[in-house]
Write a protein of this length. Structure first.
Length: 132
């Protein structure tokens, strides 16, 4: 571990119900406010529009007691059409950022089969548990 480097982790459970990649970022002048974090999410999300069913980055604000967070979900237009997808074919990718503290922002990618099930909701709860 180096103090000025970002840390990242990827979780892939054996049941292939999701993939979660988290990365902890030091707050800098590009992500030091709510507006800048939201703008960064929009900027990052634009690269996913080409292969998704979305035509624009639809940013949703997370309802947090402390700090703030935003996310956007993209649906892969090819994967969603598959009649018999593999367990590792995840049609939904959620990208987001959560400001955890004055000096740390948690960035994340979640790959899921659905966005309205307990796996998705559980992952969202897990991510927000880092806020102190």
């Amino acid at each position: 571990y180096n103090e000025n480097q970002d840390a990242e982790f990827t979780v892939r459970p054996k049941d292939k119900s999701f993939v979660l990649k988290m990365f902890f970022l030091k707050v800098n002048d590009k992500i030091d406010s709510k507006a800048k974090v939201k703008d960064r999410l929009i900027y990052d999300g634009e690269e996913f529009l080409t292969g998704s069913t979305q035509s624009e980055v639809e940013v949703k604000e997370m309802n947090l007691k402390k700090g703030f967070g935003f996310y956007a979900t993209f649906t892969d237009k090819e994967t969603i059409k598959k009649s018999n997808p593999k367990p590792t074919d995840y049609p939904h990718m959620t990208r987001g950022y959560i400001k955890l503290s004055d000096d740390t922002v948690l960035g994340f990618f979640m790959l899921t089969h659905k966005t309205d099930n307990k796996v998705f909701k559980g992952l969202a709860k897990y991510l927000t548990s880092y806020i102190k």
